[in-house]
Each structure stands twice: as C-alpha cells, then as structure tokens.
Ligand binder design. Structure first.
Ligand SMILES: O=c1ccn([C@@H]2O[C@H](COP(=O)(O)O)[C@@H](O)[C@H]2O)c(=O)[nH]1
Length: 235
C-alpha cells in the first residue's frame, strides 16, 4: 500500500455519497466506508464505489467471538475491498480467526489487509483508565494491542498519530492508519487525540483517515488538496 489519505465517507445514504464523489471527477481516491453508510446501504454501496475505481477501507471494526468474526470476514472478503478491521480488544484468537476467514473468503485471490483498532482516537487516557479499568498508560495500552495484533498475524493497526512513532518500532512494514486528523482551525468535535497531516507523516503513520475536515468543507476538493499537500510535502 502506498501512503494514502483515506476520505471517510460518513454519509447517511448512497445519494449523498455519490454527490460527494462526483466532486472528484479525475481522482483515484482512497475512501473509507464506515458503519453509517454500510448499515444503511449494505454491500451494494461497495460495488457502486468500486465502479469509480476507488480503493476501499471497509471500517466495520468487528469485535465478537472468533467463530462469528471468522464467518463475517469470510463474507466480507468476497466484496474485494482493500482493507478491513477488527478491535484488538477482541483478543488474539479472534484476530487469528479474522485472518483465516479473509483467506478462505478470498479463495485464490489476494485477501484484504486487516488492521486492529487499538484505542479509539475519541478516548483520553483518563477515560480509558476509569471506564475500561485499564491501569496502565494509554500509550502502553496502544503498544500492547499493537504487539498483540502483530503476533496474531494482522497487517497493522489503527491508532492516533501520537502513538505512531512507538508502534513503528514493532515492525517497519506494519500499517499504521491514523484517524483524528484536523487542519489548522478545524473543530475537533468528538475526537480527543488529534494531529495535522504533516505531523502524522513525521511520526511515521502509513495512512491518514480524514472525515469532517474534508467532507464538512464548502469546497471538499480544495480541502482534500490541502490535506494531501500537507501529508506529502514533508522533507
Ligand atoms: O480510532 C478511530 C477509529 C476510527 N475512526 C473513524 O475515522 C473517521 C474520522 O472522522 P473525522 O470526521 O475525521 O473525525 C470516522 O469515520 C471514524 O469512525 C476514528 O475516528 N477513530
């Protein structure tokens, strides 16, 4: 995988999604389809987006018993997306089952890459310790989950930019996909661990995920170019 900017297509339906994509007529994009759009439109939306030639990260964050995740991933593999994910908190058995399901579902083809969410970028250390009853620091928890994901055969993780540098020490080829990206003066909203595209690159992220800082702008194409420039023009 190159170093993509995934645009989060957090839209309520196909119509709004297509209207948005038509603002990028000559671009081969990397897009992220999450729960909002997928639960509304189902697998058909993947086919629609693939028809544009865009690469797809299907962000459903599976977290269930190993057998259920295995069977779900076997089905998702048939959608021919490029990247899928699970929650690392589901454990190593579940993550191994995810890979098995993807391999079986892909048959002779290439299986989608699979990454694990460590700690959501909307979580603070204080919240994590109090609500998840995790005693260690947030960075230690993220590192622990990243190591577990690696040892379980996953291709990478989702983390915030602030943990990317440490995770990179696990493996230089490990995918580190970082949401929580904001341009200067953008509202942070529900995100807690945020950074700009330039800092993400400097910290060793493999990819960034950008939603509202592009989709919420009057001119999303211009915002996309600004993000891409910041992300790519690092000395
Ligand atoms: O830890 C995580 C995991 C996933 N996300 C997803 O990324 C986008 C971010 O959207 P913004 O509008 O740029 O905040 C969204 O689809 C989340 O579901 C995340 O933010 N953090």
């Amino acid at each position: 995988m190159e170093k993509p900017v995934f645009i989060a297509l957090d839209f309520p339906n196909k119509e709004e999604t297509i209207t948005f994509l038509n603002k990028f007529p000559n671009e081969q994009l990397y897009v992220k389809v999450g729960m909002e759009l997928f639960y509304q439109e189902g697998p058909e939306i993947i086919k629609e987006i693939k028809a544009y030639g865009h690469k797809i990260f299907l962000d459903l964050k599976l977290h269930d018993i190993p057998n259920t995740v295995y069977r779900a991933m076997k089905g998702l593999a048939r959608l021919n997306v490029d990247l899928v994910n699970v929650h690392a908190a589901g454990g190593s058995e579940m993550m191994k089952a995810a890979i098995e399901g993807l391999e079986e579902g892909s048959g002779d083809g290439v299986r989608p890459k699979c990454i694990a969410v460590t700690q959501l970028t909307s979580t603070t250390e204080e919240q994590m310790q109090r609500e998840q009853q995790i005693k260690e620091s947030l960075i230690d928890s993220v590192y622990h989950y990243a190591k577990l994901a690696k040892d379980s055969g996953l291709d990478g993780v989702v983390s915030s930019v602030h943990e990317a540098n440490l995770i990179r020490k696990i493996d230089e080829n490990f995918l580190i996909v970082t949401p929580g990206i904001r341009l200067a003066n953008d509202q942070v909203g529900d995100q807690k661990r945020v950074a700009n595209p330039r800092y993400a690159r400097l910290q060793g992220a493999t990819a960034i995920v950008v939603g509202r800082s592009i989709t919420g702008k009057k001119d999303p194409y211009e915002a996309y170019l600004t993000v891409k420039n910041e992300w790519e023009l690092v000395e």
